[in-house]
Design a protein around this ligand. Structure first.
Ligand code: S3P
Length: 442
């Protein structure tokens, strides 16, 4: 494949309406599948990950129709309506599809094997299989020893059955793990509780409430009542994806004379870390959320951003879950911010589609940025010093969509022509990214 060329741009102007939020769309589809009756999902994003979830539930016996617009209709069959698939199911490289679906499969009366693509087959699964086994699921996977520690990887064979409720204190902050346990809790007798060390995105809790599950929320504890059928809301609108918005927000902040309106985007408080940090860095962002949109199951609104001079800040460990997927593009912003930016507690970044600490550091260093990574015990920190001017270079996506999009944005602000080895991976979350960017840049 020919490397992709990015030429510098002078500004970014206009309005953008983004495809539906990936995390919310997975949950909308999964809950619709296990609820009797039909549910229409509007603004469903046609990215590879969400289409993986769609195909997985079709293989599990659910009729799902996707029309030419962004509308998906799911003909759900109730909590116990899934069917044993004829063959192993391929989940692609979507970690959310795999980990969350394992929660649902823990409660089914059949055995199924889930196979993953090359990148997902290297991502750890013990964090999710451990609590699901405690609930009664029988799970086999590929075991690998790392020194004295064992880790599990796909493919995974799971035999569900009667589940018992557990109370689980999560050792890592992960919305995927929390969601898997809560969804398994739908099939358990009694009350299943999850306690979070740091709050992660709460889309599963909001979607469960929308489907009238028996859910109670206390500070950092979520309790769900099992063995109760869900009720479909009939139609769900998926707000625009704030993670996809983040690439445009940073591009608008760093390119002179920019002014961008991002419409109908998710303003879920557990995902607003990117906005808070960019504002702290000095970015001129106005959040416009109408009352009606705030009262919806997921808050939604518009963002208006203008170019601004950025300064370095400290990002604390407790903030990381609220901007975990935005760290690569924030590393680009930090490279151009005056002074020093410190990202604390970012070790989970090593376990994404690729090791994003490595992919982003290697690329940004090639563009002249000074980056230091500090490891102590199991914690990691990234320190970035302003580059003043990015120098164009030949960089790599490492097959990771967010690394690729971040480097495209970096290329817009670099001196010279930047080349990225392979950008097809962008389709994992945002197939229309380059087209949208082209329409806005001058
Ligand atoms: C997601 C949770 C996060 C995030 C991922 C989507 C979700 O992963 O990085 O892109 O939809 O629940 P972790 O649960 O591994 O933190």
């Amino acid at each position: 494949m020919k490397p992709f060329l990015i030429k510098p741009a002078s500004s970014l102007k206009g309005e953008i309406l983004l495809p539906g939020d990936k995390s919310i769309a997975h949950r909308a589809l999964i809950l619709s599948a296990i609820t009797a009756g039909s549910t229409e999902i509007d603004n469903f994003p046609a990215n590879q990950d969400c289409l993986s979830t769609l195909k997985v539930f079709q293989k599990l016996g659910i009729k799902i129709i996707k029309d030419k617009t962004a509308m998906v209709t799911v003909y759900g069959r109730g909590l116990r309506g899934l069917k044993k698939p004829a063959a192993p199911i391929f989940v692609g490289d979507s970690g959310t599809t795999l980990r969350i679906t394992l929660g649902i499969l823990s409660g089914q009366n059949f055995r199924v094997t889930l196979k993953a693509g090359r990148s997902l087959s290297q991502r750890p699964m013990l964090r999710v299989t451990r609590p699901l086994r405690m609930m009664g699921a029988r799970i086999n996977s590929k075991l690998t020893a790392h020194g004295s520690k064992l880790e599990e990887y796909p493919p995974i064979t799971i035999t569900g059955g009667r589940l018992k409720a557990i109370s689980y204190k999560m050792p890592v902050a992960s919305a995927q793990v929390k969601s898997a346990i809560l969804l398994a809790g739908l099939y358990a007798r009694g009350l299943t509780a999850v306690v979070e060390p740091i709050k992660t995105r709460d889309h599963t809790e909001r979607m469960l409430k929308l489907f009238k599950a028996g859910l109670k929320l206390r500070e950092n504890k979520i309790v769900i009542k099992g063995n109760r059928e869900l009720t479909s809301p009939g139609r769900i609108y998926i707000p625009g994806d704030i993670s996809s918005a983040s690439f445009f927000l940073v591009a608008a902040a760093i390119l002179a004379d920019s002014e961008l309106l991002v419409s109908n985007v998710s303003l879920n408080p557990s995902r607003l870390g990117i906005i808070k940090v960019l504002q702290r860095m000095g970015a001129d962002i106005k959040v416009q959320s109408s009352k009606a949109r705030l009262q919806s199951y997921e808050p939604m609104g518009d963002l208006l951003i203008k170019s601004s001079a950025l300064r370095g800040v400290i990002i604390k460990r407790a903030e990381v879950p609220s901007l975990i997927d935005e760290l690569p593009i924030l590393m680009v912003a930090a490279s151009l911010a005056r002074g020093k930016t410190v990202f604390e507690g970012v070790e989970e970044l090593r376990l994404k589609e690729t090791d994003r600490i490595r992919s982003m550091s290697e690329n940004l260093r090639k563009m002249g940025v000074k980056i230091q990574t500090v490891k102590a015990d199991n914690c990691e920190k990234i320190i970035i010093k302003s580059a003043k001017q990015l120098i164009a270079a030949k960089v790599r996506s490492f097959g990771d969509h967010r690394t690729a999009m971040s480097m495209v944005v970096a290329g817009l602000k670099a001196r010279g022509a930047t080349f990225i080895d392979n950008i097809t991976c962008i389709d994992k979350s945002f197939p229309g990214f380059l087209r949208a960017l082209k329409n806005l840049t001058a």
